[in-house]
Design a protein around this ligand. Sequence first.
Ligand SMILES: O=C(O)CCC(=O)C(=O)O
Ligand SMILES: [Fe+2]
Length: 314
Amino acid sequence: MEILGNGKNESDCDRMKELKAFDDTKLGVQGLVDSGVMNFPKMFLRSANELAEELNHSRSHIRLPVIDLNGLLTDQRRKIVDQIQNGVRQFHEQDLDERKEFYSRGRARRVRFNSNHDLFQSNRADRRDTLSVSMLTSDHVDPNELPTSCRDAAIEFINQTAKVGDTLFELLSEACPEPELAMGVTKHTDNTFLTILAENQTSGLQVLHESQWVDVHPIAGSLVVNIGDLVQVVSNDKFKSNMHRVLPRRVPRISVICFFTGRADPPARLDGPIKELISEGNPSKYRELLVSEYVSRFFTRGLHEKPSLKDYRL
Ligand SMILES: O=C(O)CCC(=O)C(=O)O
Ligand SMILES: [Fe+2]
């Protein structure tokens, strides 16, 4: 392999060119699909090591816990989930100009579209595109900031999911006193308190359980809830954040996700686990942590090396 004068080798430079060309299209993975490519560029391919790791995890038939909400606002819930799924699909599949307009890697834009937030930091790009709405600096979203294709549906979804989140925090804090502290695709855990997602009928999401990847089977109109790292900290490991990943699929997977991290300003500080859970027999396992720092470290690293709770363990 030829080593170039700047310490980078030829394949590093080719890869950088490939990444840059992809980023410059501002159309994400869907843009590649639309262009009719038969073979995805090298930047998306899993390494031999990654593929070998796959063999170490046997597939499991364990079923995940499901709370059956049938009968509880069923029609309304299905409608809200269907509307946001359709809106997001339209944004990703039809609105070329809107996608370009919203394309941004900077975190300054509250509403932004991109593919792989860690494109230039990760070893390999994931096959996914993301439209995100950041609520870190304000609880209020101005509808005009949102793409027209999913504007109304997104407002409804955000409002309703916030209510589901509040209910879940209440349920968790029955086991975890001091509720005021309970604020809110490479394998990873979420750097949130809770994550709530509405997926379409395309499977692919898996959680790691006792070294086995367990499929999360999509259920129409349902919501998937992940416990995030921050609940693991405040609960002193009583609730563990779950390792998960998404396998690539031939048909598009649409996942509308609300990450509950709370507000970044003023900066929320977690003084480690909540006091009532700590005793001589069960000492604190974590030191204090600034939520905004934890969240922003996530954005400045590749997902494969996201900040880990290990950095905060006592
Ligand atoms: O596609 C999904 O449903 C999950 C994505 C995910 O885990 C994440 O964005 O944190
Ligand atoms: Fe996740």
